[in-house]
Design a protein around this ligand. Structure first.
Ligand code: SGN
Ligand code: CA
Length: 513
């Protein structure tokens, strides 16, 4: 019986059984804010619909990006290749070579319908899609524009809701019994900066004090001095207008700037009225307290953190509700049973850890990507996998699931062996992941690349010629680099060997990607 099961699972899927793929994807959604990941907001801000996927499918606890920014992560997903191979290395100068092979192109050629709705952010028009309806660039939360082959159209409403409306419309028209199998990429803008909630969530968390990370006031000791040089600190770099949603400029030196909230300008008068009344009382109290000298610097940082995190989590509330709408539709239409559903996000994010917002560093919070997958009959429900997976694995997984051969130049590996084996990695599975960030002007995080295995993380900062080594078991918050600690000399050598091996395997140039 066991032999028969093994034989059956090894055979490619017959054409009629080829699964549909619904790829639910968001932007900057940190695992710390997903209750299925047991993040610190599990009680105050649960994500019941994303959690449904964990209950009915598998959750990967060690899921990582190759390069912790938007365009590069998306390019890695589409191509199954690291940034230096697919050519999209950074958001500032990157152009996506849309003539290169991608998984939607392979699936389309094999008879799949392919659709992308929502945030694309890869500079060129999408190729390999029968249907595309995307946000231009970063897109907007309020009354967003959408670009499709028939031009640009502004749609009234809240972006997360609209993307779902469009995805459900597409499903209703294209997923009947007579239709071909499909891959639908439903890609949300939320919860990307600037964190603008839906009006129905403005008052969520009012009067609550949400948990702070232990490292909100990190002093960056015992690590590279470059950590202190970034421009992504909650205390210093969040803009009062853009990020913290205060209108105008107050007369206090700690109101650093007057960067306006561009979403406000897009609102209808009715939306503005709701927004103004929702935030007015808290804003007025802050301004009065500042004027009365009641808040020291730490208290201002704490206020900023609360405002930031509440708006971020409010954006996630709409996201989670909308994921629920898609899952409900898949259930009600009967599609669920032959549809592989994934939830992921382009990279993680700092929710105050190390005093930061944003991403880019190879530390756990921004290296991690949520990855949950439901596939009835293949993926055992309720499994938590600790296998090391990366976004370059998605393309080979989709091709494998559709019964297609995986092109040898794809650098990721199909997850099917893990999916079919309760999340256990086969013995020849990767022993570490490789990461590379090229160093953009925005937020001033320096270039670095490195490796992470089950327990340790090593990365190299070429500009300052420094190694950083972290023992994730003894120091999960990554507060001490042990690269020069004699007790870790052997580990350092082993990790440098892994670094070299992976750079060779992925064909990284000697001076880096
Ligand atoms: C914008 C944001 C940055 C963010 C980048 C990249 N600034 O530039 O904070 O790091 O996008 O994000 S904002 O003032 O425009 O909000 S990414 O997700 O596209 O990589
Ligand atoms: Ca992003």
């Amino acid at each position: 019986m066991r032999a028969l099961t093994l034989l059956l699972t090894a055979l490619p899927c017959p054409a009629a059984d080829r699964p549909n793929i619904v790829f639910l994807f968001s932007d900057d959604h940190a695992v710390q804010s997903i209750s299925a990941y047991r993040g610190r907001f599990s009680e105050a801000a649960p994500t019941p619909n994303i959690d449904r996927l964990a209950r009915q499918g598998m959750i990967f606890e060690r899921s990582y990006c190759t390069n912790s920014i938007c365009g590069p992560s998306r390019a890695a997903i589409l191509t199954g290749k690291h940034s230096h191979k697919n050519g999209f290395i950074d958001n500032e100068t990157g152009r996506f070579d849309s003539s290169q092979p991608t998984f939607p192109k392979y699936l389309q050629r094999a008879g799949y319908q392919t659709a992308i709705i929502g945030k694309w952010h890869l500079t060129n028009e999408p190729t390999g899609f029968d249907h595309w309806d995307i946000l231009p660039g970063q897109g907007n939360y309020y009354n967003p524009d959408f670009v499709s082959s028939s031009g640009t159209q502004r749609v009234d409403g809240y972006c997360t809701d609209i993307i779902t409306d469009k995805a459900l419309d597409w499903l209703k028209k294209n997923s009947g019994p007579k239709n071909k199998p499909f891959v639908l990429m439903c890609q949300y803008k939320a919860p990307h900066r600037n964190w603008m909630p839906a009006p129905r969530h403005y008052n969520l968390f009012d009067g609550q004090n949400l948990p702070e990370p232990a490292t909100l006031f990190d002093n960056y000791a015992r690590r590279s001095s470059t950590l202190a040089q970034q421009k992504m600190s909650v205390a210093k770099d969040l803009n009062w207008g853009l990020d913290l949603l205060l209108p105008g400029k107050a007369k206090d030196p700690r109101f650093l700037d007057e960067l306006q909230n561009h979403e406000y300008k897009r609102m209808t008068p009715a939306q503005r009225a709701l927004f103004d009344s929702a935030y007015a009382a808290d804003n007025a109290r802050l301004i009065d307290d500042l004027a009365a000298g009641k808040l020291d610097d730490a208290a201002v940082t704490r206020w900023k953190y609360q405002r930031y995190i509440k708006d971020y989590l409010r954006c996630i509330r709409a996201l989670d509700e909308n994921i629920g709408r898609v899952l409900d539709y898949l259930d009600a239409s009967g599609l669920s049973k032959n549809t592989l559903v994934i939830y992921s996000s382009d990279q993680g994010f700092y929710l105050g850890e190390h005093g930061w917002y944003d991403k880019r560093w190879m530390f756990e919070e921004s290296l991690s990507m949520p990855f949950l997958i439901r596939w009835p009959g293949v993926v055992k429900p309720g499994v938590r996998s600790t296998a090391l997976i990366q976004n370059i694995d998605y393309a080979p997984t989709f091709l494998d699931a559709a019964g297609l051969a995986i092109p040898p130049d794809m650098q990721g590996s199909s997850l099917l062996p893990l999916l079919k084996n309760a999340g256990e990695a086969p013995t020849n599975w990767r022993k570490g992941i490789y990461y590379a960030y090229s160093g953009e002007q925005t937020h001033r995080v320096p270039k670095h690349d490195g490796v992470r295995n089950d327990r340790y993380k090593l990365f190299f900062l070429p500009n300052s010629n420094e190694w950083q080594l972290f023992d994730l078991k003894n120091d999960p918050q990554e507060l001490t680099s042990v690269h020069d600690d004699p007790a870790y000399a052997t580990t350092l050598t082993e990790m440098k060997t892994l670094y070299q091996q992976l750079r060779n395997q992925y064909d990284v140039k000697p001076d880096g990607p």
